[in-house]
Design a protein around this ligand. Structure first.
Ligand code: AMP
Length: 388
């Protein structure tokens, strides 16, 4: 059903597939605008379910549950990309899904994603498609040690990946092939990781958020620093790449583009996410309009808000292992913007919330995070260079 130019009015219902923290923050942006929110998630007490008006309980590929979501929703969006393709097809034929399915299908599959990025005129790290063990050995010679083998589908936060530093790692990596086709990527010795979040509507208007600098530990985003400490020419090139991708995909909604920046100021696109992104959480307090509000604006066919940065900001994730330290400080915290996602069990490495620290400079904001000692063991890892 093509209703993508329909303006969704306050009082109407936005349906979200997926009840995690991204859905919760979308819902929290939609509510002040007067929208009702419905969420589809298997868990009745999901982070988004806790703040939504309607909860549809079911798995993401349960067609009956999808139909129930469509019944109560005037427009449908999603907070994660691994949605079953037949469920999506049904939705696109029977409900208002302005984002469509094309970009979702690309970002569900690393092989398709890399080809689509190249087609849009941007660069990816040298890679090979791997379907049999022999192909790993054949391509290691060209790509060299270290390299990384990634499953083409289903991986996130470093899951479904194996860094290959030596022959022993090669043997471990072959196990990933049981999960289906993989990509073997050259290891990029980047000086920084950066990301850009941009939003585009059906009229082809694009809105770009400030470039973010990201630090990952154990493959999970640890910290985002904005403005990114990069030159103007790198900033311009990164934004140009992101816009090229958005145009090429005829994006509707939000696209997060993760990039590696090398010493020679080359930019390689690492990964795409067709939704608001962890590296854009800083926008909630640090930008005039947040990534979540902008996303709601795109799918409700409303004009975009201004994305100007109001203050330098550092966002740090609160994983399960950090939660108790933040709670110990709770009664003394004033200026930190602390978000918890309502997840019950603070498991190791599980994203429980995040903190945004606004300051006069990013150095001062980072220093506050360091002095709090909440992330002491992570910072030790960084200084030891144990980034994986
Ligand atoms: P991904 O799930 O592909 O985004 O990978 C998670 C993190 O692993 C990235 O943010 C990087 O820190 C690191 N990584 C992944 N692929 C590469 C690569 N080819 N070269 C260097 N670092 C990588």
């Amino acid at each position: 059903m093509n209703l993508s130019n329909t303006v969704i009015l306050p009082g109407q219902t936005i349906g979200i597939i997926g009840g995690g923290q991204l859905g919760r923050m979308m819902a929290l942006a939609a509510k002040p605008m007067g929208y009702r929110v419905a969420v589809l998630d298997p868990d009745i007490d999901s982070p988004c379910g806790q703040v939504a008006d309607h909860r549809i309980i079911g798995s993401y590929n349960d067609l009956d549950a999808i139909k129930n979501l469509a019944k109560v929703s005037d427009v449908i969006t999603y907070e994660f990309e691994n949605i079953d393709s037949s469920a999506l097809e049904w939705l696109c034929d029977h409900a208002n899904v302005p984002q469509g399915t094309a970009l979702l299908e690309i970002s569900q599959d690393r092989i398709k994603e890399k080809k689509a990025i190249q087609k849009a005129g941007a660069e990816v790290a040298p890679f090979a498609i791997i379907t049999k063990i022999d192909e790993i050995y054949d391509n290691m010679e060209r790509l060299g040690f270290p390299a990384v083998l990634k499953t083409s589908r289903g991986g996130y936060d470093g899951k479904g990946q194996q860094v290959i530093r030596n022959e022993q790692d090669l043997v471990k990596a072959t196990e990933l092939l049981h999960q289906g086709p993989c990509v073997l990527e050259k290891w990029v010795s980047f000086k920084k990781e950066i990301s850009i979040i941009l939003t585009r509507n059906t009229n082809g208007e694009t809105s770009v958020f400030p470039v973010a600098e990201n630090i990952h530990i154990d493959n999970i985003l640890h910290q985002t620093i904005v403005p990114a400490r990069i030159s103007n020419s790198v900033e311009e090139k990164a934004i140009q790449y992101a816009k090229q991708l958005a145009e090429s995909f005829q994006l509707v909604g939000t696209l997060a583009v993760e990039m590696f920046l090398t010493d020679k100021d080359e930019i390689y696109i690492n990964e795409l996410a067709p939704r608001p992104h962890n590296s854009g959480h800083y926008t909630i307090e640090a930008c005039e309009t947040s990534q979540f509000e902008q996303h709601i604006r795109a799918v409700c066919h409303l004009p975009f808000g201004n994305t100007a940065l109001l203050k330098p900001a550092v966002m740090v994730n609160i994983l399960g292992e950090h939660q108790s330290k933040i709670l110990e400080m709770w009664s003394k915290l004033s200026d930190w913007k602390v978000h918890f996602y309502g997840k019950k069990e603070p498991k190791q490495k599980r994203k429980m919330g995040h903190v945004t620290i606004l300051h006069d400079s990013t150095d001062a904001a980072m220093e506050e995070a360091i002095n709090s000692r909440v992330w002491e063991s992570d910072i030790e890892k960084l200084t030891l260079g144990e980034k994986r």
